[in-house]
Design a protein around this ligand. Structure first.
Ligand code: ADP
Ligand code: ZN
Length: 526
């Protein structure tokens, strides 16, 4: 028994937090760290990670240090703890010298239960010597996936947290995150030096979130978004994610013109405006924030009813984390996404252009492939999503688009071969729009000049709409049959992977968007 135990965890839970019982693995996690062993806790958003360190902080004598990357979140947590009568404080850049001085004094005097510290603060010489003189009972590292270099939230200041084990070898450490696939878990353990940690993985299922993922086609994603909000979420709070700042501003302005309360949020806006947007989102009803991924981590609003994506995220981890901001109160919520050919091209290009190590690139590539797989999948989205995090669920969920409206498929093998053949015959250097023009037999000066109107593929695809062709190219790129050039012109080239399809050993099935036009006999004979 740890001699520093001054109260039982359950007693703390009941009296300080007012809850009757621990949830999921909380009790076991708490036991683990109170017995002096390190832990890595993976729990979905809203799962109750905070209590995993707040309870031991109070049950043991001394002060717990909590590393948290977000100042706003830190302040909210400290305020909530103080209301519950807990002696909590923080050290961050928003404080005056005097305020920080007072906190240091309290720490030295041993009157603090919890001290929240920003990561860049923690490892400076002053703070370290302060902590060495204090009586520390636990070090908690929140949002631990920020240490992952190829993760989507990498924070350089997290890397040095690995040194904590050397400075405080006898103090248990607990790392927590709501998003980490197998690779990221290993990386967290390695970088934080948690060699003997017990790993706790709770189910990642968020049963109250209904997933929808669809491709852009005729009509714009913007209109589809408006319809989705009007029909399902009038006057409800939501987040709309876009890839670029420019697009964020456009969409926010446009939704506002349509009479919705939509505010833009991205890292390029002044801090005061961002804070005001966040406050309105938290305090008012029915505010929609249109944002880049800069908005989100740690946003603790329980009644976000929808999260919409107008672009494809880079990984399932990012998608899961962003959509996870919906429905933290457990009531029905929706995750809605529209994406298109251009997303696939842009992401593929970004990855091949990056200067990262080959090993890192391979991992990023793999993560993107998994995200594309989820998006293009015709199986239950939840099964695919949970499967990615290593959870096997046997039953389709009944609460995703594919379960609710099983997609109709059509055999696109022939047009897919025609598309590949067109890429080949035009010299593997043209972009999608040009290739589609050739396939559909467009009369165009450039095509004539290059003599591509003489190719056997010219016009073979006239029976399919541009949308259908874009869908075919999207699949071909998504599934690695075609690669996108790195010069930024979007030229497509064949990959090794396309041989079986060309040879007729593989087929390509596509989700039906509109009724595909029957391929005429004449076309088929060519
Ligand atoms: P996370 O950090 O994992 O996203 P939080 O720690 O913010 O989740 O907890 C989410 C909500 O669940 C909070 O309102 C919290 O008070 C509540 N909660 C956590 N554990 C319990 C419990 N054992 N019993 C009841 N409510 C709990
Ligand atoms: Zn499902």
């Amino acid at each position: 028994m740890n001699p520093n135990v001054i109260s039982s965890p359950l007693h703390i839970l009941n009296t300080v937090f007012g809850y009757p019982a621990f949830r999921g693995p909380q009790a076991e996690v708490i036991d683990t760290v109170m017995s002096g062993r390190d832990a890595l806790v993976l729990m979905p958003t809203g799962g109750g990670k905070s209590l995993c360190y707040q309870v031991p902080a109070l049950a043991l004598s001394g002060t717990a240090i909590v590393v948290s990357p977000l100042i706003a979140l830190m302040q909210d947590q400290v305020a909530a703890l103080r209301q519950a009568g807990v002696a909590a404080a923080f050290l961050n850049s928003t404080q005056t010298g005097e305020e920080a001085q007072l906190v240091r004094k309290q720490l030295r005097a041993g009157t603090l239960d919890l001290l929240y510290v920003a990561p860049e603060r923690l490892l400076n010489a002053d703070t370290l010597s302060l902590l060495r003189d204090a009586s520390i009972n636990l070090i908690a590292i929140d949002e631990a996936h920020c240490v992952s270099q190829w993760g989507h939230d990498f924070r350089p200041e997290y890397i040095r947290l690995g040194e904590l084990g050397q400075y405080f070898p006898d103090i248990p450490r607990i790392a927590l995150t709501a998003t980490a696939d197998g690779t990221t878990q290993q990386e967290i353990l390695y970088r934080l030096g948690l060699n003997n940690a017990r790993v706790f993985i709770s189910s990642f299922d968020r049963p109250n979130i209904r997933y929808h993922i669809a491709q852009n086609h005729a009509g714009s994603a913007r209109d589809a978004l408006l319809r989705f909000i009007r029909d399902n979420h009038a006057n409800e709070a939501g987040i709309v994610y876009c890839l670029s700042r420019k697009r964020v501003e456009e969409i926010a302005a446009w939704l506002s013109d349509q009479g919705l309360t939509a505010l833009a949020y991205h890292a390029g806006l002044p801090a005061t405006q961002r804070e005001q947007t966040l406050r309105r989102f938290l305090d008012e009803d029915g505010v929609i924030v249109v944002a880049t991924i800069a908005f989100g981590m740690g946003i603790d609003k329980p009644d976000v009813r929808f999260v919409a994506h107008l672009n494809l995220p880079k990984s399932i981890e990012a998608y899961y984390q962003e959509t996870g901001r919906a429905g933290r109160d457990g009531l029905p919520a929706e995750a809605w996404m529209r994406y298109g050919l251009q997303d696939v091209i842009t992401l593929r290009q970004m990855m091949s252009e990056s200067n990262a190590d080959e090993a890192i690139k391979r991992i990023e590539q793999h993560k993107l492939d998994a995200m594309l797989g989820l998006s293009e999948s015709t199986a239950c989205r939840r099964q695919t999503l949970l499967g990615y995090f290593g959870e096997q669920s046997t039953e389709p969920c009944g609460n995703c688009d594919n379960c609710l409206t099983p997609p109709q498929m059509w055999d696109a093998t022939l047009p897919a071969r025609q598309a590949l053949s067109t890429v080949h015959r035009t010299g593997q250097r043209f972009g999608v729009n040009y290739l589609i023009d050739v396939l559909r037999g467009k009369t165009d000066e450039r095509i004539t000049q290059l003599g591509h109107d003489k190719l056997s593929v010219f016009g073979v695809g006239h029976a399919h709409t541009i949308d259908i062709w874009r869908g075919i190219f999207r699949q071909l790129i998504a599934q690695g049959y075609l690669s996108v050039d790195t010069e930024g012109f979007g030229g497509l080239a064949l990959c090794e992977r396309c041989r079986p399809l060309l040879r007729g050993e593989e087929s390509l099935w596509l989700r039906q968007i509109t009724k595909p036009v029957k391929i005429s006999r004449k076309t088929r004979d060519r």
